[in-house]
Each structure stands twice: as C-alpha cells, then as structure tokens.
Write a protein that binds this ligand. Structure first.
Ligand SMILES: [Zn+2]
Ligand SMILES: [Zn+2]
Length: 143
C-alpha cells in the first residue's frame, strides 16, 4: 500500500533519523507525485516550491531514502539518468513513450502470475520478482 508522507516520516523518526526540512520536502514530493522522477526533476519541483537546497545534499538524501527502502531506483533502458519512485506503490510497470519520453504507470490485470507459475513448473525456478517496461508511442504522440 502506498505510504503517506506522515507514515514515512514517523517511521524514520522512530528509527532515530533526524528530520530536516529538506528531507521532509523531498518525501513530500515523492508521496505527492507518483511518477518516476529524476534527481533534476525532483530539484525542479523543490525549486518551484521555494525549498532551498544544494545539489550535493539532494543526492545524499536520495541515497539515504534509497538505502532506507523508502524509494526505488529505476533505470530505464533508453535513458542515462536514473529515476526514483516511492517503494510502497502498488506493483506496477511503466509505459515509456519513445517520442516525448513521458512515463505512465500501468497496473497489469493478473500481472505475470501465470507465467511465473509455468516457469516454476517447467524450470523449477521460483520467481520472486520481475522487471518489465513497455516502450512505444503514447496517445498524445499518436494523434
Ligand atoms: Zn509521447
Ligand atoms: Zn509485474
């Protein structure tokens, strides 16, 4: 289940981590915006919200939140930059538009449960996770 800003903050506080203004702001951005964000996009949003920061601290915060399991890092195939999204989002995949680079979340009905079952049957391999991203042309670009 998607965690709220308050849940994440109180969980970090209970583990004894200091709650800086920047850390709160970054967690607020991640819980408010569901789509995978690059560090640059995160900084654009912080700037727009008049949050003061320096780049090094933002990168350090991203590393911290990643290490605490608050956010996941995503590396899309066609991109150099890394993106980040809340780790507590429902299991989903991404639709990546090759033209405008827009990313959309997609929750697949039944996901890959059948395929994973047949992998177990045929290979004796127990799948615990999978990665899958869809590339193509989005509705806006397809007009
Ligand atoms: Zn597009
Ligand atoms: Zn899946």
């Amino acid at each position: 289940m998607k965690k709220s800003s308050e849940e994440i903050l109180s969980s970090l506080a209970s583990q004894g981590f200091r709650m800086t203004r920047l850390r709160k702001a970054i967690i607020g951005v991640f819980t408010g915006n569901g789509l995978p964000m690059s560090a640059e996009e995160l900084m654009d949003i912080l700037r727009a919200g008049n949050t003061a920061f320096n780049r090094t601290t933002v990168y350090r915060e991203i590393g911290f939140l990643k290490a605490r399991g608050v956010i996941n890092e995503i590396q899309f195939l066609h991109e150099r930059v890394k993106r980040y999204e809340l780790a507590s989002l429902e299991h989903h995949h991404h639709l990546v538009c090759l033209r405008c680079k827009r990313v959309e979340d997609i929750v697949l009905e039944n996901d890959l449960a059948d395929q994973e079952r047949s992998i177990l049957d045929s290979k004796g391999f127990h799948v615990t996770n999978h990665m899958l991203e869809f590339h193509g042309i989005c509705r806006g670009c397809n007009r």
